[in-house]
Design a protein around this ligand. Structure first.
Ligand SMILES: NC(=O)c1ccc[n+]([C@@H]2O[C@H](COP(=O)([O-])OP(=O)(O)OC[C@H]3O[C@@H](n4cnc5c(N)ncnc54)[C@H](O)[C@@H]3O)[C@@H](O)[C@H]2O)c1
Length: 258
């Protein structure tokens, strides 16, 4: 994995799943990381555990990423401990299951507030700190925004918004030396376990068979530490300095994008 010695990075969604795995991996690679999540207890525990192992360090700041005031306060607190910013990895997000015809206004608004507005707010907060120095932003799209995701039309719509936002701001912010990319992961996390837990038995069997056939590398979802964190380290490092505006699947070959 790339060395991240001296890098100052904000990672969101660090209480569990991808965000937690990435925070641990980045601290192991020497970075100073400010984690943001709305789950205070777990968020603080993850940051403490990572800091104890080093060689980098981690801090935690609580915020709902869909709330502008909270996001600005968390980034301001991150400034205090990091003393500047080199990159943002915005992994916080939610996934819900609901037939399209039954999605309520409240469910739609929650999905868009966290996944789409959260991307705008965290990216804007990062932009304010990167515009004079350049840097890297990584958002989390999903193949659900490219191909049908049955009983998740609101999730599909929100993730398509994240990917469209990423492509456009990469062009608007390139002049400031800010790179913006989206990864489309397929890795085993608590979100995936919850998704599996909501499937009826027959759909669960079908799902496992579909993964077996669709993922040429191993037939199932990958591991966040081993399979995804090194790609994110590359994307926040100077090694990827000529890559921006891309949708990058890290999914064992499940989807292909152009
Ligand atoms: N796991 C996958 O294979 C997969 C596939 C496609 C996309 N993604 C995307 O990757 C990202 C991370 O997913 P994951 O699997 O680690 O999910 P996860 O549910 O395991 O973890 C998500 C984290 O985000 C936090 N969070 C949720 N809403 C928040 C809010 N409003 N404010 C602050 N924090 C909030 C949660 O507390 C949690 O710690 C998400 O954006 C998800 O949509 C994941």
């Amino acid at each position: 994995m790339e060395s991240l010695e001296g890098k100052r990075i904000v990672v969101t969604g660090t209480a569990r799943g991808i965000g937690a795995a990435v925070l641990h991996a980045f601290v192991r690679a020497g970075a100073r990381v400010a984690g943001i999540d709305r789950d205070v207890e777990r968020g603080e525990a993850v940051a403490l555990a990572a800091s104890e192992r080093g060689p980098g360090a981690a801090w935690f700041h609580a915020a709902d990423v869909g709330d502008r005031t909270a996001v600005e306060a968390a980034f301001a607190a991150a400034d205090g401990v990091l003393g500047g910013l080199d990159a943002l990895v915005h992994a916080a997000g939610i996934e819900r299951r609901c037939a399209a015809e039954r999605i309520s206004d409240a469910e739609w608004d929650e999905m868009l507030a966290v996944n789409a507005r959260g991307t705008m707010l965290t990216n804007q907060a990062a932009f304010a700190r990167l515009r004079d120095v350049g840097g890297s932003i990584v958002n989390f799209g999903s193949d659900s925004g490219l191909v049908p995701h049955l009983n998740g039309a609101h999730y599909s719509a929100a993730k398509a918004a994240v990917m469209a936002w990423t492509r456009t701001v990469a062009h608007e912010w390139g002049r400031y030396g800010i790179r913006v990319n989206s990864v489309l992961p397929a890795v085993h996390t608590p979100m995936y376990d919850e998704y599996l837990g909501r499937l009826p038995d027959d759909e669960l069997v079908q799902h496992r068979e579909k993964m077996r056939l669709r993922i040429p590398l191993g037939g199932r979802l990958g591991d966040a530490q081993r399979d995804l964190a090194p790609v994110l380290a590359f994307l926040v490092s100077d090694a990827s300095r000529f890559i921006t505006g891309q949708l990058i699947p890290v999914d064992g070959g499940k989807v292909s994008v152009r």
